[in-house]
Design a protein around this ligand. Structure first.
Ligand SMILES: Nc1ncnc2c1ncn2[C@@H]1O[C@H](COP(=O)(O)O)[C@@H](O)[C@H]1OP(=O)(O)O
Ligand SMILES: [Mg+2]
Ligand SMILES: [Mg+2]
Ligand SMILES: [Mg+2]
Length: 381
């Protein structure tokens, strides 16, 4: 890609931010998530990981684009309680380590910082950031989103449950202009570079991959295609990814959330039956589902609302993943086939559920979704 390509700097800054956050969350997982944490259902490592990763990503964004709005999942309110001192200390240590790491700053980012005195003076520099500076960085994520201007959407750890299980989770960052997603970057520290190199087991694409095959970063810019590369790698190792072309949906596979409370497994199963899909669903946590279908590990992502459908999906759970799928040849919509509207605030309040599939078969999937919901008496969702 030429350096004149649209949103080149935003793409590089997003990659730099997500790469740093992924090394941080991976370190948290290896040092803090133990069998004990999982059995006690102790979420504290997730909390440390979420907050620190949001502090790091927001600091990197702000050092290059100080005026941009950020819609981030977390805020510092609970952290400011006196009893959260230990948590704050851990965040300060982890975030400063991630910001200081010599992770190869891509040339465009380094170049922009050295040419622009504004960018250079905004950079976080070589000094450790104070506790207050990091809490303020977390709270840069408090923007309301909306239809106008430049805005980032961040999920510092998507797939909390997957993170705790040692399964899939993702650091997800999108850049939007006037409510349209222009850049999407997703880091999946536990996803293999090549799912086919690892035998699927435990119902996950590529489960059982060797440790050094894990860690994949996905990136898309609107109109420029979708790419993947190992997380810790030079940018010239990027390869283009595309969805599978599907001649018949009966040979397709679909993926869904592990958590039945996030997406109706029963409705998904009926839709699959209506489409003649016989393969068992592949269950994974996080936006790893979007990137898995984007590179052809699977074909359809179904996220059917549970119950009365009152849950409003959050923009940070879909912005980056939906662009990556669309740039790989897919279409992403809600259960009625309406495009996801990222310009109405922090949530997708004008949409219900998510359906992602190759653009050639998406309409067919939407028809099956409609029929399955009718049968359940939820046709008015
Ligand atoms: N009732 C719900 N319906 C859909 N998604 C939900 C629901 N409750 C929580 N989520 C979100 O689903 C995402 C994980 O999705 P998945 O199961 O596909 O990995 C999380 O970001 C989680 O948000 P939260 O972080 O607020 O818990
Ligand atoms: Mg999430
Ligand atoms: Mg999250
Ligand atoms: Mg959460």
């Amino acid at each position: 890609m030429s350096s004149a390509a649209a949103y080149h700097l935003e793409r590089q800054v997003a990659i730099s931010a997500v790469t740093r956050a992924c090394s941080l969350t991976d370190k948290v997982f290896r040092n803090l998530v133990t069998a004990d944490t999982v059995t006690k259902k102790d979420k504290s490592p997730v909390t440390v990981g979420d907050y620190s990763a949001q502090a790091v990503v927001n600091t990197v964004i702000a050092s290059h684009f100080s005026a941009d709005a950020i819609v981030g999942e977390e805020d510092s309110k609970d952290l400011r309680n006196p009893e959260a001192k230990n948590l704050r200390d851990q965040i300060v240590k982890l975030a400063n380590e991630a910001l200081a790491s010599p992770a190869q700053e891509c040339p465009a980012v380094a170049d922009a910082a050295s040419k622009s005195s504004e960018a250079a003076s905004q950079a976080w520099g070589t000094q450790d950031l104070s506790e207050e500076a990091l809490l303020a960085a977390i709270d840069r994520g408090n923007a309301e989103g909306g239809r106008s201007g430049r805005c980032w959407a961040l999920d510092p750890i998507d797939g909390t449950k997957g993170f705790l299980r040692g399964g899939q989770y993702a650091v997800c960052l999108a850049f939007m202009v006037d409510g349209e997603v222009q850049v999407g970057v997703i880091g999946c520290p536990n996803l293999p570079h090549d799912a086919s190199s690892a035998k699927p087991k435990e119902g996950e694409f590529g489960a059982g991959a060797k440790r050094n095959d894990l860690g994949t970063l996905f990136v898309a810019v609107k109109g420029q295609g979708a790419f993947q590369r190992p997380i810790q790698a030079e940018s010239d190792s990027e390869t283009a990814i595309t969805m599978n072309k599907i001649s018949s949906l009966s040979s397709a596979s679909f993926c869904e959330s592990v958590e039945a409370g996030h997406s109706s497994h029963g409705t998904n199963a009926r839709i699959a039956e209506l489409l003649g899909i016989t393969a068992e669903p592949v269950r994974m946590d996080s936006q790893a589902k979007y990137v898995s279908i984007a590179r052809g590990d699977g074909d359809v992502y179904l996220r059917l609302p549970v119950g009365d459908g009152s849950y409003q999906e959050k923009i940070w759970d879909h912005a980056a993943g939906s662009l990556i799928v669309e740039e790989a040849g897919g279409r992403v919509s809600d259960i009625r086939g309406r495009s996801l509207d990222f310009g109405v605030g922090r949530t997708l309040k004008d949409n219900k559920g998510v359906v992602a599939a190759h653009r050639d078969v998406h309409d067919q999937v939407i028809r099956a979704v409609g029929q399955a919901l009718e049968e359940e008496g939820r046709g008015n969702l």
